[in-house]
Ligand binder design. Structure first.
Ligand SMILES: Nc1ncnc2c1ncn2[C@@H]1O[C@H](COP(=O)(O)OP(=O)(O)OP(=O)(O)O)[C@@H](O)[C@H]1O
Length: 279
């Protein structure tokens, strides 16, 4: 039901459209992210004309423009090598986007410290990387860099938020299943109290049960704490389960932005081909 209430639309045009004044309909990429919920109040993440070139001069991203509402869950899908992870990593400054292309709450992320950007925008990868030690030590690590020591109670809360048993903290990370390790990685990310979660194929290495745990945590964090979530996935089913809006990327371009229920109505030929192959 929460996906039904459309309050507003942010309309974003690619730079091509701006240059042509939108007169050439064949080049029109009208990208609308429907603000699907009452909780959406403003654009949390604004990407404006983001380009990336490889060292060899090959264009990886082509003038990507997107606005993501506060509290939305946005799924990014598209063929391998299309630039999905590159978009996600730019928001976290794992590569340095040009200044004036990515804003969080209206602030240019390149004008802030990398540490503060990464605290605000927590990221989870396909495969969790934990350091040897206990689960609690891993969870405490991020805040400890800022001189903060998390209490046992806080560690337990974080474990619960990641759908893990609160007693898990004393366990060694050696011997955890990949699914458990991914949930510890989520708890570790949450320890920094991010406002945004960036998830790069977070369940592609997990079995269906572990996938369900992660998905439930993400939905809970979004619903109850208002976290804005941007995730990359190759699973249309996952996108349908989680996303408020879906962003379809191919060849470094955002081609369409749709509600999951409208995926079958995608019109761009490249997107239709991808959808047919992925269904
Ligand atoms: N640092 C880099 N230097 C050169 N090329 C890069 C770099 N990072 C990514 N690329 C290239 O950019 C393109 C987009 O990569 P990216 O990982 O963003 O795609 P993706 O859509 O996430 O793919 P997948 O679904 O396979 O994970 C690919 O062709 C990749 O080889």
């Amino acid at each position: 039901m929460r996906r039904e209430n459309e309050l507003a639309e942010w309309v974003v045009r690619s730079e091509v459209d701006i240059e042509t004044g939108g007169e050439d309909e064949s080049r029109e990429h009208l990208l609308s992210i429907p603000a699907t919920e009452e909780k959406v109040t403003h654009a949390k993440i604004s990407i404006q004309g983001l380009d990336r070139f490889s060292d060899e001069g090959v264009r990886i991203l082509m003038s990507v423009s997107l606005q993501i509402g506060a509290g939305q869950i946005v799924g990014i899908i598209g063929p391998s090598g299309s630039g999905k992870s590159t978009i996600l990593r730019a928001i976290n400054r794992l590569w340095e986007p040009p200044s004036g292309t990515i804003f969080v709450d209206g602030e240019d992320i390149t004008k802030q410290s990398v540490v503060s950007v990464r605290r605000r925008c927590g990221m989870l990868f396909q495969t969790p990387t934990l350091f040897d030690g206990t689960v609690a030590e891993n969870i405490r690590y991020g805040p400890s860099l800022a001189g903060e020591k998390l209490t046992d109670k806080r560690v337990e809360e974080l474990l619960k938020a990641a759908d893990l048993d609160p007693t898990f903290g004393s366990k060694s990370v050696i011997g955890l299943s990949v699914g458990q390790a991914q949930r510890v990685a989520l708890a570790r990310t949450l320890a920094n109290e991010p406002e945004i979660l960036l998830l790069d194929e977070p369940t592609s290495a997990l079995d269906p049960v572990s996938t369900k745990h992660i998905e439930e945590s993400v939905l809970d964090l979004n619903r109850n704490r208002g976290l804005t979530v941007v995730f990359v996935s190759h699973s249309l089913e996952q996108v349908r389960r989680l996303a408020d809006v879906v962003c379809l990327v191919a060849n470094g371009e955002v081609l369409e932005v749709l509600k999951p229920s409208d995926l079958a109505n995608a019109t761009h030929p490249v997107v239709r081909e991808y959808m047919a192959a992925a269904s």
